[in-house]
Design a protein. Structure first.
Length: 633
C-alpha cells in the first residue's frame, strides 16, 4: 500500500470557520439575513441597516434588542456557541430563527468584523470586540452604544479573493440584500426597519403597532400599491395548524412567481410541498401560464417541523407532510371559492371563514317550457356505471339541462317595469336615493347593457361592471361540475386495454393507490412486476392519452403522495363545454335577465374570475368615480 502523500491532521479553527463560511456566506445578502435573524431573536423593535458598495465594502446591522453582556461577547464569536440550544431535545423544537452558533464566526473568518453591544444590565457603557486578520479575537474594550447590538462587517471576502471574484455588480448584490430585507419586513410588521445604501435612504418602515391599516400600508409599499385592496384575507385553523395572510385575487395573477412569500413559524421558506399545495388550490381559477401572488404564514408546533435540513435554513421538513399539504390546499381552496363577495367581514385574526353551501338555491333563470330539471335527471341516473357505454360524452344530459336551465325568457312588460323600479330606487325615480344597505344585494341592481358585452349595475357603494360571457361561463362551469359529481363518475371500459411498462417500484406505488384512483373512474390492474393495464377510464377522458396520463399520475404520487391530474383533466373538458354554451357577445338581455344573472353570480363559488383566470366583474366605488370627475376638489 503506497504511503499517504499528506498525514491526517486536525484543521485550524480559522480554516474550519472559512470552510463553514462557504455554506453560510454565499454573498452579502446571506450575511444580512443571518444578522437580521439574530436581531429578531434578541427581541428588537427597531433595525437599522447600512450598506456600502452592495455590501462588499461594508454591512452594518444595528438593533435595540436585549444586547450581549461583556463576559459573553467573545463567546458570541466562537464556533458553535449559542444561547438558543443547550441539549438535543432543543433541536427537536427550535423556536428561534438562528440556533447553530456558526454564523458570526463564519462571517468573521472572511471579513473584518466588529461586534458592539450593550446589555440591559450593563448600565455604565457598551463593549466592543473585533476579529483580527489572522482570526484572533481582540479583547473587549469600552464603546459608546445605546441598548442593543451592532455588527459591523467590512471588506467581505478580503482574505478569500477566489470567492470575491464570483460576486456580481454592486447593483445586483444590493438587489439581493433588498429582497432579504423586504421578506423580513413582510413577516414582522411590528418591527421598524431602516435600510440605507451608500448613505441614501432606501426603505423606512415604521412599526405597525398592531394597527391592521398600517400592516396593509406596508404590504402596498413592499409589493406595489393595490396589493392590500386586491387581495383576499385568509385565516384558517385546524388541529395544531393555522394559516393566515393574504392571497391576491386570481384575476391579478403575475407572469412570474416573484411575489410568493411563505413563512413557517416566522421563517421564510421555499418548500416543494407548500408550493404544490398552493398551486393546486389555484388550479381551477388560474391560467397555466400565470402565477399566484401571496403572503402567507403557517403556524405549527415547533416539534412538528424540522428547520435544520438546509445549511441556509431555506427548506423545512414537516413530520406530517400530507396533513400540512391538505390543510394548506383546503384552506386556500375554500377562501378562493368564497371570493370577494364572501370577504366583506373577513380580516386577518378574525374567526375562521364560513364556507358557502355546496348546493346553491334554485337558479333565477327559469327553464323554458318542456325542459327537464336538474333534479329529475340526477335522480333518474344511477351512480357508478361500470360495464356499460354511455350514449355520448357522459355529461350530455347535464349539458342539455344546463342549456335549458339558463335559457333566457323575455318577461312581460309589467315585470320589466318592476325590475326597473327596483334598480332605480324605492320610488322608481332615477334621482331618488338608493335602497338601504341591508336590502341591496352585494352586486346591486342592473342598469343596462354596454356594447352587448358588459352589464352595468348600481350597488350601495358604487358602480358594478360585469363581463356577461365570463360570468355566465363560470356559472355554467360550476353547475356542470356539480352535476358531474352528483352523478358520481361514469366509466368507459376500453375495447383494447392499454398496457404501460413502468419500473417495479412505480408499479408498487401505483398499486397502493389503485383503489382511491378507481373511485375517480380510472381502473388499472397490475399484471406483473412492471406492467400496468388500463381497463376503464372516465367517460369524459376516453379520447385522452392514457399512457401519458398514467405516467404523470405515478410521477405526482412519487413526488407528493397524491395527484389531482384526473380531476383537472375532467375539469378542463367541463370548462370547454361551459365556454361553448355560455352567453355570447352582443346578445341583448332584458333588465330581468341581467338582474337574474347578478343574483346567480352572488350564489356561485369562484365567481370573481372565469375559467381562464380573467375577472368577471369589477367595482368603481363612489370615491373612485368622484376622482374621475374631479369632484370635491
Amino acid at each position: 500500500m503506497p504511503d499517504m502523500p499528506n498525514p491526517i491532521r486536525i484543521l485550524a479553527d480559522h480554516l474550519v470557520n472559512q470552510i463553514a463560511a462557504g455554506e453560510v456566506v454565499e454573498r452579502p445578502a446571506a450575511v444580512i439575513k443571518e444578522l437580521i435573524e439574530n436581531s429578531l431573536d434578541a427581541g428588537c423593535g427597531q433595525i437599522e441597516i447600512d450598506i456600502e458598495q452592495g455590501g462588499v465594502k461594508r454591512l452594518r446591522v444595528r438593533d435595540d434588542g436585549c444586547g450581549i453582556p461583556r463576559e459573553q461577547l467573545e463567546l458570541a464569536l466562537s464556533r458553535h456557541a449559542t444561547s438558543k440550544v443547550s441539549e438535543l431535545a432543543d433541536l427537536e423544537a427550535v423556536a428561534t430563527l438562528g440556533f447553530r452558533g456558526e454564523a458570526l464566526p463564519s462571517i468573521a473568518s472572511v471579513s473584518r468584523l466588529t461586534l458592539t453591544s450593550r446589555a440591559e444590565e450593563d448600565a455604565e457603557s457598551a463593549w466592543e470586540v473585533s476579529v483580527g486578520a489572522d482570526g484572533r479575537l481582540v479583547s473587549p474594550r469600552p464603546a459608546a452604544h445605546p441598548r442593543g447590538t451592532s455588527v459591523d462587517v467590512r471588506d467581505l471576502f478580503f482574505n478569500t479573493p477566489a470567492r470575491r471574484k464570483f460576486l456580481r455588480t454592486e447593483k445586483t448584490e444590493f438587489d439581493h440584500i433588498e429582497q432579504v430585507v423586504r421578506r423580513v419586513a413582510l413577516a414582522r410588521p411590528e418591527i421598524g426597519i431602516q435600510l440605507r445604501h451608500n448613505g441614501k435612504g432606501i426603505l423606512s418602515l415604521g412599526a405597525s403597532g398592531g394597527d391592521e391599516s398600517r400592516v396593509l400600508e406596508r404590504l402596498d409599499r413592499l409589493l406595489g400599491k393595490g396589493f392590500g385592496e386586491q387581495s383576499l384575507a385568509v385565516d384558517e385553523s385546524a388541529v395544531d395548524l393555522r394559516l393566515y395572510g393574504w392571497v391576491m385575487r386570481p384575476a391579478f395573477s403575475r407572469s412570474q412567481p416573484d411575489q410568493q412569500f411563505f413563512y413557517v413559524n416566522g421563517r421564510m421558506v421555499r418548500d416543494k410541498l407548500v408550493t404544490h399545495a398552493v398551486r393546486q388550490a389555484f388550479s381551477d381559477v388560474l391560467h397555466q401560464a400565470r402565477h399566484p401572488a401571496y403572503v402567507l404564514f403557517l403556524q405549527t408546533p415547533s416539534r412538528l417541523v424540522d428547520v435544520n435540513v438546509h445549511p441556509a435554513k431555506h427548506e423545512v421538513r414537516f413530520r406530517e407532510s400530507r396533513q400540512v399539504h391538505d390543510f394548506i390546499y383546503r384552506s386556500l381552496h375554500r377562501r378562493l371559492s368564497q371570493g370577494t363577495l364572501g370577504s366583506e367581514d373577513v380580516s386577518v385574526g378574525a374567526a375562521p371563514l364560513v364556507e358557502r353551501p355546496d348546493t346553491p338555491s334554485e337558479p333565477l333563470f327559469e327553464p323554458t317550457s318542456g325542459s327537464v330539471s336538474t333534479k329529475t335527471i340526477s335522480n333518474a341516473r344511477p351512480g357508478v356505471r361500470s360495464g356499460s357505454f354511455p350514449s355520448a360524452s357522459g355529461v350530455r344530459d347535464s349539458r342539455q339541462n344546463y342549456q335549458a336551465d339558463l335559457a333566457f325568457q323575455r318577461p312581460p312588460p309589467s315585470e320589466r317595469v318592476v325590475a326597473l323600479a327596483s334598480a332605480t330606487g324605492p320610488g322608481g325615480d332615477e334621482g331618488s336615493e338608493p335602497e338601504p344597505r341591508q336590502s341591496m344585494p352585494p352586486l346591486g341592481f342592473a342598469l343596462g347593457q354596454l356594447n352587448g358585452v358588459y352589464l352595468l349595475a348600481q350597488a350601495v357603494d358604487g358602480l358594478i361592471l360585469v363581463d356577461i360571457h365570463a360570468a355566465h361561463e363560470r356559472i355554467g362551469y360550476e353547475r356542470l361540475k356539480r352535476a358531474w359529481k352528483a352523478d358520481d363518475v361514469v366509466r368507459q371500459p376500453l375495447l383494447v386495454p392499454v398496457s404501460v411498462q413502468v419500473a417495479p417500484r412505480e408499479a408498487e406505488l401505483f398499486e397502493s393507490h389503485a383503489e382511491s384512483i378507481a373511485r375517480l373512474g380510472l381502473v388499472v390492474d397490475r399484471i406483473d412486476a412492471g406492467s400496468l393495464v388500463v381497463r376503464e377510464v372516465p367517460a369524459l377522458l376516453r379520447q385522452a392519452d392514457m399512457e401519458r396520463m398514467l405516467r404523470d399520475l405515478i410521477a405526482d404520487l412519487s413526488e407528493h403522495g397524491r395527484s389531482t391530474r384526473l380531476e383537472e383533466a375532467v375539469d378542463a373538458v367541463l370548462a370547454t363545454l361551459a365556454c361553448h354554451t355560455s352567453v355570447r357577445a352582443n346578445r341583448r338581455l332584458t333588465l330581468d335577465e341581467m338582474n337574474g344573472l347578478l343574483r346567480e353570480m352572488e350564489r356561485v363559488e369562484r365567481i370573481d374570475q372565469c375559467n381562464h383566470g380573467r375577472p368577471t366583474w369589477v367595482k368603481l366605488t363612489h370615491d373612485e368615480l368622484d376622482r374621475l370627475f374631479l369632484r370635491g376638489r
